[in-house]
Write a protein that binds this ligand. Structure first.
Ligand code: TYD
Ligand code: MG
Length: 422
């Protein structure tokens, strides 16, 4: 059950039935100036935002606890403050002292960031009116509550109403607003997902706590393209940009080990090399285990079935584990061919050559289908020093980059041949 606020439709400012007083006008008469954008001082963050922070926009930053949301927000605050812009940091989870400690760690203690510990949404809206900041960070939206509802802070209704209040204030005053939200274990309940439709931009932080690499992904952006990613590294002095993400994702790749394949994936506009790892081992279970981290389990099940049926690879009595090294999520069908190669390599106990990159979509009959931007992927592979690319035959025609060979395959049996897995 989710508590809702009943509004009097006659009251001023009520959402239902309020007229804006505007008359329809020709579209041609509407002037659309470029939105006012400010650099956040973190070039990678600017990129996922679509070229900077837009005044009056609301950005939701979601992710697991401990992934670095507060750190990112505070670093952005520091950089904005250093440009002489007033910024307000609303700490709902931590005390101002704790925020100060983090700021010390990030080397930005003397930056002119205003901080306040506040959890009442109305009070935050008022503070925005009083301090006129260029940007405000609410850390986290789950700690806010509004007097309009009787339910506990953190409940779906509270999170949604509080966010709606701040969104309205941001739009009215031109203040850019970062809302930080934890992803709950269930992924949905009272989490950032209930806010996605309210805000302009949704950024999700990915990565596993054990590794320093963090990926910030735009899943919605009214001011830029979605599916852009930024890659950061969490270090002693906070989040740092990673200049060569492919190299970072491949840094710990084992050489000459079966079960490892390098994939050229496309993240937004950017080609990225990542390692797909597979482990196929005999199972003592009636229902062998299938575990896929960073990949769609349904897709993986499909690929294993294709391998079993078309390539006669006996997997029905084997546990299969798959992992995208570095904590990245790969949702592209182009990952299929690398998944297949990694699984076959582990099952056969034969390592792939370590200078080969693989990508392409696999169909149900074992055919290899074309995917987009083959040339960009090939160039990235060449830039990282790989000499061979195995890709869909229909993409490979006429494709050439100095020093790196494009080897087209039309079906899985050809893949097995060129990778010496047959
Ligand atoms: P934090 O931003 O508090 O995460 P969130 O707000 O998403 O819960 O980051 C917490 C982790 O980052 C914590 O494990 C400590 C680590 N960290 C660093 O490694 N270096 C740093 O400079 C900072 C500030 C944090
Ligand atoms: Mg935090």
């Amino acid at each position: 059950m989710v508590e809702e606020v009943l509004r009097d439709p006659r009251a001023r400012g009520a959402r239902a039935g309020t007229a804006s007083g505007q008359k329809p006008r020709p579209l041609a008469a509407v002037t659309a100036g470029a939105a006012l954008r400010r650099t956040t001082g973190l070039a990678e963050l600017d990129r996922v935002l679509g070229g900077g922070l837009v005044a009056g926009s609301v950005v939701l930053v979601g992710g697991d606890p401990g992934i670095g949301k507060s750190t990112l927000a505070l670093q952005a605050c520091g950089a904005l403050a250093r440009q002489g812009l007033p910024v307000l940091y609303v700490a709902g989870e931590e005390s101002p002292e704790q925020v100060r400690l983090r700021a010390d760690r990030l080397g930005m203690a003397e930056a002119g960031v205003l901080v306040v510990a506040e959890t009442a949404a109305e009070a935050v809206a008022e503070l925005i009116g009083e301090t006129h900041p260029a940007a405000v960070v609410v850390d986290s939206i789950q700690t806010l509550h509004t007097g309009a509802l009787g339910s506990a802070p953190g409940s779906v209704g509270q999170v949604r109403e509080s966010a709606a209040l701040l969104v309205a204030r941001a739009k009215a005053s031109g203040v850019a607003c970062f809302l930080i939200g934890h992803v709950t274990k269930e992924g949905t309940l009272a989490g950032p997902r209930v806010l996605e439709h309210l805000v302009d931009t949704v950024l999700y932080f990915e990565g596993d706590g054990a590794h320093a690499l963090r990926v910030l992904r735009a899943v919605k952006n009214r001011f830029g393209s979605t599916n852009e990613v930024a890659v950061f590294e969490m270090g002693e002095g906070g989040l740092a940009e990673v200049p060569n993400p492919s190299a970072a994702f491949l840094a710990e790749r084992p050489v000459g080990a079966p079960g490892s394949a390098v994939l050229a994936t496309l993240e937004g506009s950017r080609p990225l090399l990542v390692e797909i790892q597979a482990l196929v081992s005999h199972s003592g279970l009636a229902m062998p285990r299938r575990t896929a981290i960073g990949l769609d389990p349904g897709r993986v099940a499909l690929l294993l079935a294709v391998l079993e049926k078309r390539m006669r690879l006996p997997l029905h009595d084997q546990d299969v584990f798959l992992n995208v090294a570095g904590g990245l999520r790969v949702d592209e069908p182009a990952a299929d061919l690398a998944v297949v190669a990694a699984v076959a390599s582990s099952a056969r106990g034969r390592a792939l050559a370590d200078d080969v990159v693989v990508w392409g979509e696999v169909g149900l009959t074992g055919e290899v289908r074309a995917v987009g931007r083959a040339e960009a992927r090939l160039r990235e592979a060449a830039r990282q020093g790989f000499r061979r690319c195995v890709l869909p035959a229909s993409n490979a025609r006429g494709l050439a980059v100095d020093g790196t060979r494009a080897e087209g395959v039309a079906a899985l049996d050809q893949l097995f041949e060129v990778l010496a897995l047959a």
